[in-house]
Design a protein around this ligand. Structure first.
Ligand code: AKB
Length: 339
């Protein structure tokens, strides 16, 4: 029996999923199936071949998908983000690690069934880093992929470990067997904080920047939970989605790393506030620092060195700080809330 050839997106109802589905729908050459614990937003439903509501921890469900579809590209986006993971660390570990293990196993078995490697795109995060204090963070500047990888959050530990797990499935799978054959082509982007104009994040610690913008557009007061001088890298969502697609289609022989940093701009919280106030004069943005969430972002780098991505697969973000706000975030968000 012939199985339909599809792309699988897990965690499709999240922020990256929204951007990715819209972008893939424009391409329209491949059918997409989605898996998420919550039903897909109605606007996205018509853009996919099939929506499956269910969990990545449900191995019976994954088994059924394996039997029904031929998958050679997986975007495994499902995860609990950093703040949420600190509230329920054990659940975070289950979803972020066991869920990823299930998907890697799914990809391996898919590949075995059709005889080709399954390309597996995994979004890791700057949470995989852990700098010990603010002075070190300031001194470190642009951090390379293999520096300061001592995460202090459950989410960061999960992401870093899953990068290694992906590398294992691709390069060392069942190395003691007589003829081990890996069928997983694992590719990973370490994302900075992503800012989308069409969705509001939930459960992350980089959320202060997008929350500030969306609150101002809704004319709601906002108390930023980190200090004004807090600095981490950010990226506009369209560039995040392009990064995943570009890495997915890069020739394997060009890739020299398992996980690639990508960066675009790294304003302080106060610089974000200033640009938001300029766009929405009268917005009420104050500071009410949450010491615990502050400690998390203080452990993340102020910027990342993304030379690897730029060299190996020609990554070049379209949106710098100025353009991200003037051409993407502000006009799209204004339109969204006006509507
Ligand atoms: C979070 O804040 O947890 C995420 C991330 C930086 O990975 N946005």
């Amino acid at each position: 029996m012939l199985r339909k050839s599809v792309i699988l997106i897990t965690g499709a109802n999240g922020e990256i999923g929204h951007g990715l589905i819209e972008r893939l729908a424009r391409q329209a050459d491949r059918a997409v199936i989605t898996l998420d614990v919550t039903p897909l937003d109605s606007a996205l439903r018509k853009q996919v071949h099939r929506e499956i509501t269910g969990s990545i921890l449900d191995t019976n469900l994954l088994e059924r998908i394996l039997g029904e579809y031929e998958v050679d590209l997986v975007f495994h986006l499902a995860a609990l983000l950093s703040t949420r993971s600190e509230i329920t660390p054990k659940t975070a570990h289950e979803v972020n690690v066991e869920g990823t293990l299930n998907l890697l196993e799914f990809a391996q078995r898919q590949g075995e069934s059709h005889g080709r490697a399954v390309t597996f795109l995994y979004p890791s995060s700057i949470a995989a880093y852990g700098l010990p204090d603010v002075a070190t963070k300031e001194k470190a500047g642009k951090v390379k992929e293999d520096e300061w990888t001592h995460p202090i959050t459950m989410y960061g530990c999960n992401k870093l470990y899953c990068e290694h797990l992906g590398d294992y499935y691709m390069n060392h799978y069942k190395q003691l067997s007589a003829a081990p054959v890996s069928r997983v082509d694992f590719r990973c982007v370490r994302f900075p904080g992503l800012i989308s104009a069409v969705t509001v994040p939930s459960g992350g610690t980089s959320d202060y920047a997008p929350e500030m913008i969306h609150a101002a557009a809704r004319r709601q007061p906002y108390a930023c939970f980190v200090r004004p001088d807090t600095q981490i890298p950010f990226m506009a969502m369209p560039d995040g989605v392009e990064a995943l697609l570009q890495l997915a289609s890069a020739p394997r022989e060009r890739l020299t790393k398992t996980a690639y940093n990508v960066g675009a701009f790294n304003p302080s919280a106060e610089e974000v506030r200033e640009v938001v106030l300029k766009a929405f004069p009268g917005a009420q943005i104050t500071y009410k620092v949450d010491a615990k969430r502050q400690a998390i972002v203080d452990s993340w780098p102020a910027d990342v060195d993304d030379c690897g991505a730029r060299l190996d697969w020609r990554f070049a973000p379209q949106y710098d700080f100025e353009r991200a706000f003037s051409e993407y975030l502000i006009p799209t968000i204004r339109e969204r809330y006006r509507a």
